[in-house]
Design a protein around this ligand. Structure first.
Ligand code: 5GP
Ligand code: MG
Length: 187
């Protein structure tokens, strides 16, 4: 079977913000920035699923340190593009992170509520150190004073999907990140 070349812009997007190639290049340099801080040390990656799945799997392949992986599931959005206030813990850690170096990975830092909630929770487990890494940063939307230690891209205040990011659980599989067509923004 002959595969047709994929269109550069998926039909569901009105605009591509970051292409797959751009993301790949930045993930590589981001991994180098992380490496520069941790050296040869072991650390534990804590990925906020589902949004951070693609970013986590690509990023960890670029890191040659000994790493452990755990996932946390937090809900902050329903099938909507507006935050529904306080994040809630759906499923927590399984690894012991006491006296371990921890790097939290999320897809996007928006109001900051999710990352603040998660870092508070992790600190209660007394890690040796705690750092945060997000692929995207929407600075204009911040409601709580929190910044990530490692940021892939700063983006404007627009609701984006793709590369793990969803709208009503769809579009996570897009290889790029972009703005959903307005007519598709209903659940
Ligand atoms: P915060 O708690 O910082 O407001 O939001 C963080 C979470 O909201 C992210 O982990 C992500 O799941 C979701 N989120 C924030 N902005 C966007 C966006 O533009 N698109 C998508 N798909 N999710 C977003
Ligand atoms: Mg998320």
């Amino acid at each position: 079977m002959k595969l047709k070349p994929k269109p550069t812009r998926p039909r569901s997007l009105s605009r591509v913000l970051l292409s797959g190639a751009q993301i790949r290049r930045r993930v590589r340099t981001l991994a180098a920035e992380i490496k520069a801080v941790y050296g040869e040390e072991e650390f534990t990656l804590i990925s906020l699923i589902n949004g951070a799945v693609m970013f986590t799997s690509d990023l960890m392949r670029e890191i040659d340190n000994p790493v452990r992986l755990d996932c946390i599931r937090v809900s902050s959005y329903g099938a909507n593009t507006i935050s529904i206030g306080t994040p809630q813990l759906i499923s927590s850690l399984t690894l012991d992170i006491r006296r371990r170096h921890v790097l939290v990975i999320d897809d996007i830092l928006d109001t900051g509520k999710t990352l603040q909630f998660v870092t508070k929770l992790i600190r209660r487990h007394r890690p040796a150190s705690l750092r945060t890494c997000v692929l995207l940063d929407k600075k204009a939307r911040r409601q709580v004073a929190i910044e990530a230690d490692f940021v892939g891209f700063s983006i404007p205040d627009e609701f984006v999907v793709g590369y793990g990011l969803d709208f009503a659980e769809r579009y996570r599989n897009l290889p790029c990140i972009g703005v959903l067509r307005p007519e598709l923004q209903h659940a």
